[in-house]
Design a protein around this ligand. Structure first.
Ligand code: SF4
Ligand code: SF4
Length: 368
């Protein structure tokens, strides 16, 4: 379809507003990577963090850390535990100048303790900075006093400095609960240029209340387009999210030195008109393929599962082109994916036009 440049520009300006006008957060030229204070933790972190989730190359991580990245995100369950060991290699000798965040699933105390201890051993550290409960999706999970007590006792023992959460679904509800409850200090949120306004409002409110905000899924997949070599869609998407009020650090997944350099280049440059145009074109490329984590399907689904999990697994396979990740995550959300795959007919209207039944069938491949 032919895209009229004037229409494109008009649409881009309307949907993205003035968010990408030049701003002072980005260092100019090859200056130092800008930093921000991560909410009430008081930790000073580089605006570009390292999402290590899929990275199997310790030298790529070290490449980023040596260029000013000071925040790194991993988890015990990534790559069956191998990811933390790779991160451990990358941070060897420089741990003191880094903020390290990892994750633990809600479980019984013995299992949670064992997971946290395994993380410390794999990373080769006595303490991590941020320990996040993995994948919160409701207020009820946030306010559980039994879980808070387990987290508090491990924190008091010095295993980590700050208790936190991550979320992919019902994110607005989770953010509001974190603010109201006050126990957790940071939230790792799935957010990008396609996210709904309500999520950006909740992020801003949470940050105003002192909650540290870490943004993930900021570039919405690994879809490739080489038609704009001067500014990749990932660079424009990263700049967009770092310009949003309340976002302290973004942790895009990076697999190679090239991806690290691409993101470093983005945060050392200024956003502007080209970003607007690039993002609007990228939005079109992603339509019907990439989940935006809006959670709209969770309310609409007659079985209460929604299509988010199925869409996410299909996105990992088709967008990120990472079948290993799709398989790893697919197992964790197998019940939800199966519900969609077995469902007689989807009545959900996905905000991004995703065919949820088709996504579920694709995701089912990775459940074995
Ligand atoms: S396929 Fe069925 S279970 Fe899945 S989101 Fe649609 S209505 Fe819900
Ligand atoms: S599957 Fe669609 S409706 Fe559900 S969270 Fe993803 S984008 Fe939103």
């Amino acid at each position: 379809m032919h895209i009229n440049k004037r229409d494109l520009l008009k649409g881009a300006a309307a949907s993205l507003g003035a968010a990408l006008l030049p701003r002072k957060v980005f260092a100019s030229g090859s200056g130092p990577l800008p930093t921000r204070t991560l909410g009430r933790t008081g930790l000073e972190v580089s605006v570009l963090g390292y999402g290590a989730m899929q990275c199997s190359d310790a030298s790529a991580i070290r490449h980023g850390l040596d260029r000013g990245i000071s925040y790194i995100d991993t988890a015990d369950c990534y790559m069956g535990g191998r990811n933390e060991r790779i991160v451990g290699q990358a941070i060897s000798g420089i741990r003191d100048r880094l903020v390290i965040a990892t994750k633990v699933h809600i479980s019984g105390e013995a299992r949670m303790r064992s997971s946290v201890d395994r993380s410390l051993a794999s990373l080769g550290v006595d303490q991590v900075d941020i320990m996040q409960l993995h994948g919160m999706s409701s207020r009820n999970q946030i306010v559980r006093r039994d879980i808070q007590q387990i987290m508090k006792s491990m924190k008091d023992e010095g295993k980590f400095r700050f208790a936190a959460v991550t979320t992919h679904s019902n994110q607005v509800q989770v953010l509001k609960a974190v603010v109201e409850d006050g126990f957790y200090d940071t939230v790792l949120v799935a957010v990008n240029f396609r996210s709904p306004p309500a999520l950006f409002e909740a992020i801003e409110e949470a940050a105003s209340a002192g909650v540290g905000i870490i943004a993930m899924k900021t570039q919405n997949g690994g879809y490739r387009d080489t038609s704009w070599p001067e500014l990749t869609p990932h660079q424009a998407a990263l700049r967009f999210i770092l310009d949003k009020p309340g976002v302290h650090v973004a942790v895009p997944g990076m697999l190679s030195r090239g991806m690290v350099d691409e993101n470093l280049q983005a945060v050392s440059g200024k956003g502007g008109l080209t970003d607007l145009l690039r993002l609007e074109a990228y939005r079109g490329e992603l339509a019907g393929r990439a989940c935006s984590f809006c959670s709209r399907c969770l309310d609409q689904c007659r079985y209460g599962t929604g299509g988010l999990d199925a869409a996410r697994i299909a996105m990992y396979a088709d967008g990120y082109r990472d079948e290993r990740l799709a398989a790893e995550r697919g197992v964790q959300v197998a019940a939800a994916v199966r519900t969609c795959a077995d469902c007689p007919g989807c009545t959900v209207e996905c905000s991004q036009g995703i065919d949820i039944k088709a996504a579920a069938k694709r995701a089912s491949i990775f459940l074995a």
